[in-house]
Structure formats: C-alpha cells, structure tokens
Design a protein around this ligand. Sequence first.
Ligand code: C2E
Ligand code: MG
Ligand code: MG
Ligand code: MG
Length: 289
Amino acid sequence: AAKGDGRGVHRFFSDEMLAGARTRKLLEDDLRVAVAEGAFHLCYQPVVSTKTVRIVGYEALIRWNHPTRGMVSPADFIPVAEECGLIEAIGEWVLRTACIEAARWPDGIRVAVNVSPIQFANPVLPAIVTSALAQSGIAPRRLELEITEGVFLDETRSSEQMFKALKGVGVRLALDDFGTGYSSLGYLRNAPFDKIKIDQSFVKGAAEPGNRNAAIIKAIVTLADTLGMETTAEGVEVQDEIDLLRDLGCSHIQGYVYGRPVRAEEAMRQLGVENGTATASGFKVSRAP
Ligand code: C2E
Ligand code: MG
Ligand code: MG
Ligand code: MG
C-alpha cells in the first residue's frame, strides 16, 4: 500500500517490492548509512486520559526521511533493521533521544518507547535503559516500554528475567497491539504489565451499531481492570469512538482524533510549555467529549 494506509507515513515500498531480495538489500544498505549519519527523528503522539481529557503522555514513533525516497514507514524498515542487526543501534538511539526530549516536558508527562523483541532478548537492555534515564534525568516511572507479543514467541526463562530486571529499574511496561498476535492470556498471568494497548483493528468500526468489536474491547478492559492494568485504545479516529471507549471503561485513548504524531517542539506547544514552564492552558486537549 502507498500513501493513505492511515499510518501517516508514505509507504514507498509495496509488500511485493519488499519481498524481493534486491529491494531489501538496497533498503538495508540505505539503513546502514542512515544509522551512521543519524537520519532519523522521532515524532510523538498524545495519549489522553478518558477521565480528565488531558494529555498524560506521548508515544515516540521513529521517522526516516530517506534522501531520495522521502518518508519511509517504520512498518517497512523496522522489520529489515531487525533482520540485518541494525535494530540494536536504532533502538538505543530511540530510547536515549525520547528520554532527552521528554526531559523538557512537564514532570508528570510520560513517554512511551517501542522496544523490538530483539532488543528485549538482549541482556544489555536494562543497562541501556538505566543509562538513558541517567543521561536525561527523567524519573523511571515516566518511561514506558511498549513490547509486543513477539517477545513471548521464543519463550525461555530469559523473558522472565528481563521483566524482573526492567521492573527493578522502575520503568513501566505496556503490551502493544494486544489481540493481534498469538494472543495467549497466559502472557498476562506472569508478565508485570502496567498497561494493555488495545490494537486499532478492534477500535475500527467498534462504534457502529451491532459491531462485535465493542464486546471484545469490553472483555479486554474488564480483564485489564481485574489485573490492575491500564488500557489504551489505539487508532481512535472519531468522537463516537471516544464516547464508546469511555463508556466501556477504557482508561486512555490514542489516535488521530486527539492528534497525529508531531515533532518534540510541537508536543511542547501542545503541553503549553514555553521557555521551560507550563502555562495555565497546558495539557488540556481541544476536543473534549
Ligand atoms: P505502534 O507501536 O502500534 O504505533 C501506532 C501506529 O499507529 C503508528 O504508526 C501511528 O502513527 C499509527 N496511528 C496512530 N493513531 C492512528 C489513527 O488514529 N489511525 C490510524 N490508522 N493509525 C494511527 P507508525 O508511526 O507508522 O508506526 C508503525 C509501527 O512501527 C508501530 O506500531 C511500531 O510497531 C513500529 N515502530 C514505530 N516506531 C518504532 C521504534 O522507535 N522502535 C520500534 N521497534 N518500532 C517502532
Ligand atoms: Mg507502540
Ligand atoms: Mg500499537
Ligand atoms: Mg502496531
């Protein structure tokens, strides 16, 4: 799919192209250059509390402005980076940059960072996280790591140890894209998640009469509540969905309805931060239900 896949980034590479080894090799070579030259930046998408209708944090999303192809979607290049061993360097850069940029936001505002299963399998991750926190000066509770069910695929004792280590550092953990992978409720029994992110495929159409997604969302929220976890609904695009999700008890909302991913400076403006101090109008989102 090209532009218009709804993710806000142009998809230059079609699935067929990516399947071709040549395109993949070209992308890999360009990625190496991009890593060396620092050609990435982060955008931040607001996460809003359904209770207060205020921004409580942002998710950091990587962007790559390719010199000739323009914006390349992370959905295209992250899998390549994972295969060719570049994800470690990219992931560390994302963690450090997100913490440094979030350090300029008001104190309670969180930042969420996506962590690849490959990073999660590397015992060095807790040290990198600790270092990123120290370097930026943000409190551990302000950092939330988003991991997908992919981390459970090669289930060994190591994922259990990683959870322990990260909890020891004091960061928050979120289970991303919940319900799309090889969902097993067993994951929730043993893993210390602070939050479940309900995948956007369940939000799509949920507000339409008779749509079965609402029942699934309700079940996920009930489960999360019982386990003491927060819930963020992803990909929320219209007011009807906000109303439904609030009624279903979902604690947080993220999606174009409250804002597309923006650069760190624009996030500062959304938060009402000027010259390092929050203004009285800060944090309030414009589209209250
Ligand atoms: P994700 O972590 O589930 O991120 C949410 C994606 O949904 C983002 O796409 C975001 O722009 C998009 N989105 C947000 N609101 C809406 C909406 O209302 N409607 C629709 N249709 N889409 C919405 P993006 O930025 O293209 O990222 C795609 C995926 O790439 C992410 O999914 C994540 O899995 C991965 N990714 C992005 N940044 C990073 C990163 O720094 N590290 C790693 N490992 N993965 C990343
Ligand atoms: Mg995410
Ligand atoms: Mg997600
Ligand atoms: Mg996703």
